[in-house]
Design a protein around this ligand. Sequence first.
Ligand code: HEC
Ligand code: HEC
Ligand code: HEC
Ligand code: HEC
Length: 501
Amino acid sequence: MRIVGCLILGVAVAGWAVGGPGDPGRLTPPRPDLSGTPYGLGKPAGVYAAATSCSAAACHGGGQVGRVGSEHTTWAADLSAGPAAPHDPHARAYRVLFNDASRRMTELLEPNAAGRVPAHRNALCLACHMVGGEKDETVRAEGVGCAACHGPSANWLTTHYLPEWKGLSHHEKWGRGFVPTKNLVARVLNCAGCHVGGADREVNHDLIAAGHPRLAFEYTRFHYQQDYRKHWEERTPQPDFEVRAWVIGQAVSLRAAVDLLRARAARVAKNDPSTPWPEVSEGSCYSCHQSIARDPFPESRKDTPRGLASPHSRASGAVPWQPWYSSLGGSASEYHGILVPDRSGVAPVDLTPLRKEMEKRNPNPAEVARLAGRAVEELDAWLAFWQTAEDTQTFVRLSPDQSRDLGRVIAGGALTADGKLAEYDWDSVAQRYLGLAAVYHANGGADPVAGWRGPLDQLRKGLAFPRSGADRFDSPRDYRPADTVAPFTRLRTITTSRTGR
Ligand code: HEC
Ligand code: HEC
Ligand code: HEC
Ligand code: HEC
């Protein structure tokens, strides 16, 4: 295996602004939902309409950016104030298929000019860069329009503002092709279809190596991304919105990633020659892509030639599996006990068998497909539980002690019992940072988590991609795992003590 000369890509971790004080703690255990499957899986049924049908002044085209009734205006208003100004990136999702990056990608993916399909006609690209399955050119040109997130409107366009519609449950609305975005599970399942991928659309290592950005979705990071101008006001404070968004985002992204792996493995098991195996983007990016100038993971060298210490990959010498989606989501059992009451009857998700198979030298595709299918079922049961909690507003309101316990689980998991680093891959550490930031913000940055701000800032700075003038490197070139020991230790100490100090 050739090690690539430069360290590349990754995802920037934006800092979160500090919010106001949180509500006093109160715990309402969610009611169980043992149906085993959340609604909102897959694409909603129905025929799509152009966003222009939403843009009438009396509907969503009120002309005042950021106001209720002006959702279309807010979504569409363009980058005239400069690319750094807040905007909705979805409005240009189709247009980018005409840019230089897309042209270059197309050329690299299909060296033979005669057989090349331009990106804006390529079904592979269109699957995520516009409203699903659309043939009509005007609808396509709108990119990721209203229907991509709210569902195809044929069955509800003329009724969705009437009282009878408002009386329907979220589940019933989904049945009519409307995505009930107020339910975080239904909302994020839909984002993940494009931002993680799935059986019908994916960004694999071939696309990434040709220049496509890596898809590294994390819901809270995307939700709070500073330049993403949202056309809605999240009705907060809601109990622990940030923690719910975080835990649901983790579970949904992991579900999408594991289901994509299942689909890939199943295709290979049926000898599909067009599916690469093993798919390289299922591996830890930074275990292969390392700086040749400076070893970014000196701490890990004693254990393994790779970046991430996993007992299975250490034994086999294989590349560790997917730290971005699986490092925290995979150890959901760590925080399951805090967020899900025992009596709910929902079991924690166990990814160990799948990880073990994926970290063999030659993972067996049929076995991977089977184990991934089982993990998806476990995750679905988990998500069904959260979805009901969302719909009935019976989600957990974390008590101060639970917040602290959650912080301890997330921070403590980065360290071994004797205070050494247990995880050093940039992906895992960035995920831990985002989880801790969610707990911090859910508490308004105040007690019971006083003293978190300093170590959190330290982690964020260490994870940031370096800048060179106006440009940002697309990699965590300066990241030093050893620098995370102090902030993680500090956070573990704070969250272990009863006084929070
Ligand atoms: C699985 C869904 C998916 C597929 C398939 C896909 N994309 Fe994307 N693409 C995305 C998402 C999501 C982003 C935004 C990524 C981010 O920033 O996190 C993106 C970003 C991009 C960007 C960068 C946009 C910018 O503003 O800089 C380009 C260019 C692009 N895609 C082109 C393509 C082309 C060309 C193809 C087909 C060869 C393709 N995409 C296939 C989902 C997809
Ligand atoms: C990238 C996904 C996405 C796209 C594209 C999108 N929306 Fe939304 N929209 C959401 C989410 C998420 C919410 C917040 C949850 C909610 O209030 O339903 C929302 C909320 C809304 C609301 C409720 C606002 C409120 O304050 O209650 C309206 C109305 C709306 N969108 C209309 C539109 C229209 C019209 C378009 C097309 C111009 C559009 N949306 C495009 C995701 C999207
Ligand atoms: C139909 C596919 C699709 C869906 C559904 C979708 N997105 Fe996107 N999203 C894209 C594409 C494609 C881009 C890249 C657009 C560009 O830059 O040209 C993007 C870009 C973004 C970006 C900017 C990323 C960056 O790196 O700058 C954010 C933030 C984002 N999406 C959030 C969301 C959220 C939150 C949801 C769900 C509520 C969602 N998206 C649903 C396709 C989708
Ligand atoms: C098993 C090792 C391995 C893993 C894991 C891996 N890559 Fe790669 N990657 C390679 C190799 C080898 C090449 C060179 C391929 C070639 O030149 O044909 C490459 C090429 C690339 C390139 C093009 C670099 C250039 O200079 O042209 C990008 C970008 C990239 N990988 C990103 C990623 C991302 C993002 C991930 C994680 C999602 C990842 N890689 C995971 C081995 C890996």
